[in-house]
Write a protein that binds this ligand. Sequence first.
Ligand SMILES: Nc1ncnc2c1ncn2[C@@H]1O[C@H](COP(=O)(O)OP(=O)(O)OP(=O)(O)O)[C@@H](O)[C@H]1O
Ligand SMILES: [Mg+2]
Length: 146
Amino acid sequence: MNTNFSYDVHAGDIEQGGSASAMLKAELRKMGVCEEEARRAGVTVFEGEMNLLVYATNGGTVNAKVTPEAIDITIEDTGPGIDDIDLAMTPGYSTAPDWALNLGFGAGMGLVNMQRNADLFEMHSHKAEGTVIRCRVNRRENAKTS
Ligand SMILES: Nc1ncnc2c1ncn2[C@@H]1O[C@H](COP(=O)(O)OP(=O)(O)OP(=O)(O)O)[C@@H](O)[C@H]1O
Ligand SMILES: [Mg+2]
């Protein structure tokens, strides 16, 4: 059975931070997805939703599709977009605003963390259009539910 999740993340709404990740992990556990895969998907979504909250002018969406093979996560926004993806992916690089730094964000590790926790990671961004990140967490054979 395939299941789809969709969450809207509102720009700057720090109270909402982490809720997409928490909801997805709860759903994955209910579906019988193993702890390690739920954790990796949860970390990926957490970093993605935090970036929407901090950087995306209009907020954005987190979508996840769970199949017996994988958890496919898409995180997208409509701007401002990223000029230099290689630079954004560099560990320690951050343009986090003061309010986010004061809350302990802005280590410049979020995108790297997403890439490390996902089996597949791709990011597309254009200044005028926004950013789309696609991540896949593969499910192990013995952990599949119907
Ligand atoms: N959706 C986005 N739209 C525009 N810029 C982004 C977006 N996501 C990330 N960035 C840019 O990429 C940089 C690196 O992001 P990354 O998540 O790796 O680190 P961070 O958010 O700065 O710090 P951390 O995630 O460790 O708290 C950000 O500082 C920002 O400049
Ligand atoms: Mg981040």
